[in-house]
Design a protein around this ligand. Structure first.
Ligand SMILES: [Zn+2]
Length: 98
């Protein structure tokens, strides 16, 4: 039945999109671009994307050079800086507000 086939296809596409949203959420948690990973997941497969994501090291805010990205302007600032030199936001150490 053709109706059943198209229904199945729509279901499959929705399922893929749903999984891709999940992948992009995981990517976001790992400081990766959620949009890019959403498309990677759609084009390849969510399973591939999630496996690849988990294989990648987590890109944390703390870099090896001791710099973090400012939560407000996203400029790279020294982790011990109290005030962001770019936007002037006061950084409260210990708290990681996004
Ligand atoms: Zn800033």
């Amino acid at each position: 039945m053709e109706v059943q086939l198209s229904f199945y296809l729509i279901f499959l596409v929705l399922f893929l999109i749903g999984l891709s949203i999940g992948v992009s959420a995981v990517a976001g948690q790992r400081n990766r671009s959620p949009r890019a990973w959403f498309f990677i997941s759609l084009i390849c497969s969510p399973l591939m994307a999630i496996l690849y994501l988990s294989a990648l090291p987590i890109e944390t805010n703390l870099e090896t050079d001791g710099r973090v990205s400012c939560p407000r302007c996203c400029e790279r600032i020294r982790s011990y800086a109290k005030v962001c030199p770019f936007c002037g936001v006061e950084r409260t150490s210990g708290q990681n507000n996004h």
